[in-house]
Design a protein around this ligand. Structure first.
Ligand SMILES: Nc1ncnc2c1ncn2[C@@H]1O[C@H](COP(=O)(O)OP(=O)(O)OP(=O)(O)O)[C@@H](O)[C@H]1O
Ligand SMILES: [Mg+2]
Length: 254
């Protein structure tokens, strides 16, 4: 074998070795959060906002993995794809649960996740992720901004985020508008493997949730341990009667 043939043979063997890497390993690399995509500042910020679901060895992340499994079980059994997270009042933990559940769902390999901020009066779903929206849902609904120009990519694989856009006082009218109803339908049906999670305002403090909830498949109600009164939970569930509440999350336990 002369030098040229030896070089060609070596190149052939190298290509064969590369092809021999198990497909599963490639798949696993592809779905995990991009390594080093979170800076120490990002980690500190996520910590401060109690976003923990991405941590591989964490009891708090395990709690969200358990929630994910229960949610998936109920949603898959009925072919549901869209889930709204709401609660009786402000500050119960809706945004925290939405983000953690969304991250946990996206780590599960089988689906992509779209997080949508429907708290149009007080948009904040993007904040823990340190994202700065240039446009959002209210721009799409009121100012004909193309949806694709509103979407953000958080530093996690398989998740996109549709921010609320500039705050609007017409929030319940916007959420019940034909354009929003069409969008909800489009988001539900566009991709078979995509979950849509809506971060909602509270049920007993605003009527926004009630106006929009007929558009979602299922609802998760967050209640605050030691704070939510039984009467308020009953009034909240009563206001949601007729909607498909798949469960409650007892938050504030850590
Ligand atoms: N399990 C928890 N333990 C301790 N603090 C928590 C927990 N969950 C959320 N918090 C904190 O409580 C505050 C309110 O949480 P969050 O913003 O998620 O609530 P919210 O229901 O979305 O509020 P709003 O109705 O104002 O949108 C935040 O500072 C959050 O970091
Ligand atoms: Mg919130």
């Amino acid at each position: 074998m002369d030098r040229l043939e030896r070089a060609l043979e070596k190149a052939r063997q190298k290509r064969a070795t590369l092809r021999a890497v198990p497909a599963q390993d490639n798949a696993r690399t592809a779905i995990l959060p991009a390594p080093n995509s979170l800076s120490p500042d990002d980690e500190r910020r996520l910590d401060a906002y109690r976003i923990v679901a991405h941590r591989p060895r964490s009891q708090k992340a395990d709690i969200y993995r358990q929630l994910r499994t229960k949610v998936l079980h109920k949603m898959n059994a009925s072919g549901f794809k869209t889930l709204a997270v709401t609660s009786p009042y402000y500050g119960d933990g809706k945004t925290t649960v939405t983000l953690n559940l969304g991250i946990s769902l996206a780590l599960d390999l089988k689906q992509t996740v779209l997080l949508v901020d429907l708290d149009l009066r007080k948009p904040c779903l993007h904040r823990p992720l340190n994202l700065t929206p240039q446009a959002g849902l209210t721009d799409y609904l009121l100012r004909q901004k193309p949806l694709v120009d509103c979407l953000l990519r958080p530093p996690f694989e398989r998740i996109s985020l549709l921010p609320a856009g500039p705050a609007s006082e017409q929030s319940s009218e916007l959420l019940a508008s034909p354009k929003m109803i069409n969008l909800a339908h489009e988001l539900k049906t566009r991709y078979a493997d995509r979950f849509v999670l809506y971060d909602m305002p509270p049920v007993l403090a605003q009527d926004d949730s009630i106006a929009f909830l007929p558009q979602v498949d299922a609802i998760l109600v967050v209640i605050r341990d030691g704070v939510t009164k039984i009467d308020d939970l009953k009034r909240c569930l009563n206001a949601l009667s007729g909607a498909n509440v798949i469960g409650t999350v007892l938050n504030n336990c850590w």
